[in-house]
Design a protein around this ligand. Structure first.
Ligand code: BES
Ligand code: ZN
Ligand code: ZN
Length: 503
């Protein structure tokens, strides 16, 4: 679907008028009534512009086939635009023709073009990719379809830029949703590596993939320990590096290892890439185990953020690291009680093989800190059920040793609708991870504060870095929605990280 931003009247015969329930509603409805040849009173009576409320008017006047009124509620926030437009276009896409007009000018909604376009483009995504009769693409989303968006003259340029960003974001979000939704036999560590390689080629960033032999040479022992139970699909360590073209010019210093204060801002991202988590020898119950195909949701967020940053040519130096493995059961699998080594050199007593995410992240964090010295490190992981117990499916847990970074992330999450809530990272919790036999153990003996003790474990591996944030996205990467009957991927983190980088 192509998007045309225009200041003219749209030529489309199907038109969507989004409306806010504010003091201008009656006046706006009168204008629409006039436009379609209906009485203003009837429209005002039948349409109150509640969030997601729709009213369709058929062929009331020459040259118009359908006019949709779409309600946005009283004071819609940025995220509400995404939600309402995704929902409306998802539910009506089969009924829409190839040419649709969207009038933003009437209600003065041009400032929300990015979110509106993002919501519309996300509506294309479907979870049924593996059905033999995989649904045909709706006419409205075919390549030669055109969405004409009418804006006021003074908004033309900014709306064009915003529409581009909204569409680019949705495309990457949909690719990440497809990856997180992919079943375990279609998605294993090498598949994540291939995704990164193809994305790097297309959008211009470097990708290095280390196979299990190279992982051993590097000393990624904690990652390899988790991967031992997976003989068919061995671990991969994926390192992506995007350096903005503008960083090679002017004030920004290109050398990625430079410690000059003028070099471009270097951000390190680490994503948990467990492509399926059986729990290992500490095996999970079978109820809902199939959802553990989404245990690479953190990796998805990082793959998406690097892809989108490169696509949007953001002026940053971005490093994305993904320790990717399955956590499976086998005679050779990691056993509780084992003491393993790690990239950092620290030894870890494995109490529970289901607490595997922190093991692979330990290597990812230590690696990125040592090899790239990023200014900021952010890791994302579907790490603990305990975080879901604390915050439900509403907000991801945020644990950080830096108030400024934490506040920036909290604020960004409010904006994009990818909510975060901060949990403490006090040293009072540290002793719970002390091991009698090794430097640290991977599970506290007390079944308390599990999201925090997991973060205290990770903190051990950042080697004193002072600007680190850990996002526990266990409840957010995969969730219930109106777009599928079972839980499905959300692409949580892609927009959050990219918006954070844009700022
Ligand atoms: N992948 C899970 C966490 C998870 C739970 C993600 C629910 C998404 C939804 C993680 O590896 C895990 O198994 N965590 C255990 C840790 C426990 C053994 C201490 C958990 O939270 O139950
Ligand atoms: Zn687990
Ligand atoms: Zn896991």
């Amino acid at each position: 679907m192509k998007i045309n931003i225009t200041t003219n009247n749209t030529v489309a015969k199907t038109i969507v008028f989004p409306l806010v329930d504010n003091e201008k509603l009656a006046e706006n409805l009168s204008k629409i009534a006039k436009h379609v040849g209906l009485s203003a009173e009837t429209l005002q009576q039948d349409f109150k512009a509640g969030a997601k409320e729709t009213l369709v008017l058929y062929g009331a006047i020459e040259g118009l086939e359908k006019v949709y009124l779409l309600g946005l509620g009283k004071t819609p926030k940025a995220m509400d635009f995404v939600k309402v437009f995704r929902s409306f276009f998802y539910n009506s896409k089969k009924k829409l023709p190839k040419n649709v007009g969207l009038k933003l000018k009437l209600a003065g909604l041009e400032a929300h073009t990015e979110q509106i376009v993002n919501g519309i483009c996300l509506a294309e995504y479907e979870v049924g990719a593996y059905k033999t009769d995989a649904k045909k693409v709706a006419e409205f989303f075919t390549e030669d379809a055109i969405l004409e968006i009418q804006v006021a003259e003074n908004c033309l340029e900014s709306a064009e830029k915003s529409a581009e960003i909204g569409q680019a974001t949705a495309e990457t979000q949909a690719r990440i949703m497809a990856l997180v939704d992919a079943p375990a036999n279609f998605k294993y560590p090498q598949k994540l590596a291939e995704f990164a390689i193809e994305s790097g080629k297309k959008y211009g960033f470097d990708v290095k993939v280390y196979d299990e032999k190279q992982c051993l040479e590097l000393g990624l022992h904690a990652l390899l320990a988790v991967g031992r139970g997976s003989t068919e699909n061995p671990a991969r360590f994926i390192v992506m590096e995007y350096l903005s073209p503008s960083a090679t010019l002017g004030e920004l210093v290109a050398d990625s290892r430079s410690t000059s204060p003028e070099r471009s801002r270097r951000v390190g991202l680490v994503g948990k890439g467990v492509t399926f988590d059986t729990g290992g020898i500490s095996i999970k119950g079978s109820a809902s185990m199939s959802y553990m195909k989404s245990d690479m949701g953190g990796a998805g967020a990082v793959l998406g953020a690097v892809e989108l940053a490169a696509k949007l040519k953001l002026p940053v130096h971005l490093i994305g690291v993904i320790p990717a493995t399955e956590n499976c059961v086998d005679g050779n699998a990691l056993k509780p009680s084992e003491v393993i080594s790690s990239y950092s050199g620290k030894t870890i007593e494995v109490i529970d093989t289901d607490a595997e995410g922190r093991l692979v992240l330990a290597d990812g964090l230590a690696y990125i800190k040592k090899n790239f010295e990023p200014d900021v490190i952010i890791d994302l992981a579907t790490l603990t059920g305990n975080c879901i117990a604390a915050l439900g499916y509403v907000a991801a847990g945020l644990l950080s040793n830096n108030d400024e970074l934490a506040n920036q992330l909290l604020e960004t999450g409010q904006e994009t609708g990818e909510k975060l809530w901060r949990l403490p990272l006090w040293d009072d919790y540290k002793d719970m991870m002390n091991s009698d036999v090794a430097d640290i153990k991977n599970l506290s003996s007390l079944p308390l504060a599990g999201a925090i003790t997991a973060a205290k474990f990770l903190e051990t591996f950042i080697d004193g870095h002072t600007k680190w944030a850990h996002l526990d996205i266990a409840g957010l990467a995969f969730g219930d929605s109106e777009f599928a009957k079972m839980k499905s991927a959300t692409a949580y983190g892609v927009n959050l990280l990219t918006t954070f980088l844009r700022k």
